[in-house]
Design a protein. Structure first.
Length: 96
């Protein structure tokens, strides 16, 4: 899956119209939320906490059309503490 940098902006534009300032504000909110979701994954101490954090990240990504991030969060769901998965998630969020 390739990262499509325009997918998030397209999803936001479809939701709010052609309002560049609002799109930028919502994009920033999305990136900050994704960062908090990553922090929740890193802080998870149980499989349930891990799965919940991965599900939140997956839902957030789906809401904004971030397909690659959504797929990675789904993959992470059953791989608690997997360093390779966390690295992929961090890279994906950094590209946002």
């Amino acid at each position: 899956m390739a990262y499509d940098p325009g997918a998030i902006d397209a999803a936001l534009a479809a939701a709010v119209g052609d309002e560049p300032a609002l799109i930028a504000e919502l994009r920033l909110a999305f990136v900050e939320s994704a960062g908090r979701a990553l922090a929740a994954l890193e802080a998870a101490r149980t499989h349930e906490e891990w799965r919940d954090a991965a599900a939140r990240l997956k839902g957030l990504a789906a809401s904004f059309g971030a397909i690659r991030l959504m797929a990675l969060a789904a993959e992470a769901s059953d791989r608690m503490g997997d360093a390779a998965v966390m690295m992929k998630l961090k890279r994906s969020v950094a590209r946002l």
